[in-house]
Design a protein around this ligand. Structure first.
Ligand SMILES: C[S@@+](CC[C@H](N)C(=O)[O-])C[C@H]1O[C@@H](n2cnc3c(N)ncnc32)[C@H](O)[C@@H]1O
Length: 515
């Protein structure tokens, strides 16, 4: 019998992550601005290689009228995901222990899907497994369905190839984490002894430096796979075309617009008539390293007036946890490889418009209907960039909808686990049909709100709970401090949460005002 792992590093469980770009509402916006209409309700959504399942669970809790299926071949992942889903009493999500190769042989038991996502899978698995996965996705998507496929790409990852090769050589005689550190050590020695490799690959040293700050559970699944193999976008587009999936665009919203930070390079890309070559040139122009591609099985193009109507259905609210820059300062927007400084006046005015609409949210409908083509395109770009950078959030859900109950119920369970040390750092935002990033301390305070802990006790409880959970920092990058400085730090944290984040979570129906 062949080994069930197919060369994949499956010796340790993966991290408990969340990717905003995989949320159905985000995909609906991303698809629409790039010319494709997706169903908003009653859809079926597949997460192929769902890992620990937290991301899928957040999506399911935020979209209770749709059905979510997660597949992964690591029993540890499925056991975790099923238990958590049962605790959250989510009946619209199921987790299947399954192998892509087997599923490609007979996809019928899982049925057809409108959405399929593979986050961080397709350039880490063996070629035969990848072929099976693509075959399965191609067969299982409904006509008009969408496939989100995120993966490592060239040229950005070229500089890391020698290091990953060393990890695999070390892994012949060592465990995953030992192999990683041995390869890191060898690289450090090569650098210290002046190897010209570092001159030939200038990005290598910053990549090695970044390893020191990364979660080991992520690192082993990133670097220790036998079949780790970034691909050029043109290769991916061609592989997808073979299973009836055509390239639509990207879920990295900042990259969905022509924003290469050099007019000459942008013009070079734009002048290329061949769409595949143009996409490849774009990656070379920005040294792309990670793509979040969107592929469709038959494009459902809206007619132009229809597209305006669909766009008008999307509303945006201000996310107050993302502070505005100082008056007059530009709006920094970083997304994928794109980094721009949004014009202070223009972006500021857009945020004013959003804020003026309050909790019901701003719809671009009227502005889109009255604007010129250029104004329309600028408006869509700015809204996408503000969403991408987190200044605004989508306002999709219904105040009285079922998502409010499933979202709050899920948040209550996640917060309870977080107090007991679980690394869950996201809360469902029911009205955004999305999830929100939280720190350990935020999750604990969310728990206090659910449990009705008196405000006067929060500071003391939080100090004790952070210590008990073994947290080393109050916020990422901010040390927990010693017994003398800690109370002040924690008090400030409680104040900020109560003044800014909690009102936002309440307004988005993530947690009740009072129980
Ligand atoms: C890097 S993790 C990403 C997990 C998840 N998408 C996330 O972003 O957190 C890749 C996942 O693919 C799963 N996987 C790899 N090969 C597989 C196969 N042949 N069949 C099913 N799952 C597989 C692994 O178990 C792992 O959970």
């Amino acid at each position: 019998m062949t080994n069930w792992k197919h060369g994949y590093f499956a010796d340790a469980g993966y991290v408990f992550g969340h990717q905003a770009e995989t949320m159905p509402a985000w995909l609906q916006w991303a698809a629409l601005i790039q010319g494709h209409v997706l169903p908003r309700k009653g859809f079926r959504y597949l997460d192929a290689g769902c890992g620990q399942g937290l991301n899928l669970l957040l999506a399911a809790a935020a979209n209770p009228d749709s059905e979510f299926v997660g597949v992964d071949f690591m029993p540890e992942h499925i056991a975790h995901a099923r238990q958590l889903a049962a605790q959250c009493k989510l009946s619209n999500v199921s987790f299947i222990e399954g192998d892509f190769v087997e599923l490609a042989r007979d996809p019928s038991p899982l049925g057809m899907f409108d959405y399929a996502v593979c986050h961080g899978i397709t350039t880490w698995i063996a070629p035969t497994v990848k072929a099976a996965l693509f075959e399965w996705i191609g067969q299982s998507l409904q006509p008009g369905g969408i496939f989100y496929n995120s993966y490592n790409t060239y040229p950005g990852w070229l500089s890391t190839v020698p290091f990953q090769h060393l990890v695999l050589l070390q892994q012949r005689s060592k465990s995953g984490t030992q192999a990683l550190s041995a390869a890191q050590q060898l690289m450090a020695q090569l650098q210290a002894t002046g190897s010209p490799l570092f001159e030939a690959l200038p990005k290598l040293s910053s990549r090695l430096e970044s390893l020191k700050k990364s979660d080991p559970a992520y690192l082993v699944q990133e670097y220790n796979n036998q079949s780790w193999q970034p691909v050029f976008v043109s290769q991916m587009i061609e592989a997808m075309a073979a299973v009836k999936l055509s390239y639509l665009g990207t879920a990295t919203l900042a990259e969905a617009h022509n924003l290469i930070p050099s007019a000459e390079r942008q013009a070079l890309v734009d002048s290329e008539p061949d769409p595949i070559l143009r996409e490849q040139l774009r990656d070379l122009a920005v040294n792309q390293l990670f793509r979040r591609d969107l592929y469709v099985k038959g494009q459902r193009r809206p007619w132009r007036p229809q597209q305006a109507l669909h766009l008008a259905e999307f509303r945006f609210v201000r996310n107050p946890t993302k502070a505005r820059p100082e008056p007059g300062a530009p709006y920094p927007i970083k997304g994928g490889v794109i980094e721009i400084d949004g014009n202070a006046e223009f972006y500021g005015a857009m945020l004013d418009s959003v804020e003026a609409c309050g909790a019901q949210g701003y719809s671009a409908g009227a502005d889109l209907a009255s604007g010129t083509d250029e104004e329309r395109s600028t408006l869509l770009t700015v809204m996408s960039l503000l969403l991408h950078a987190g200044y605004v959030e989508l306002r999709m859900g219904d105040d009285q909808g079922a998502g409010v109950q499933t979202g709050m119920r899920t948040n209550r369970v996640l917060a309870q686990h977080a107090v007991q040390g679980a690394p869950y750092r996201y809360a469902v935002l029911p009205l955004a049909a999305a999830a929100h990033s939280m720190s350990d301390a935020d999750m604990m305070m969310l728990h206090y709100q659910f449990e009705g802990v008196a405000a006067s006790q929060w500071t003391e409880r939080l100090g004790a709970d952070l210590l008990a959970a073994g947290s080393k920092s109050v916020q990422p990058g901010e040390a927990l401090g010693d017994a003398a400085t800690r109370p002040q730090l924690i008090n400030a944290l409680v104040q900020t949460f109560r003044d800014i984040k909690l009102p936002y979570l309440i307004s988005m129906k993530a947690v009740p005002t009072h129980l």
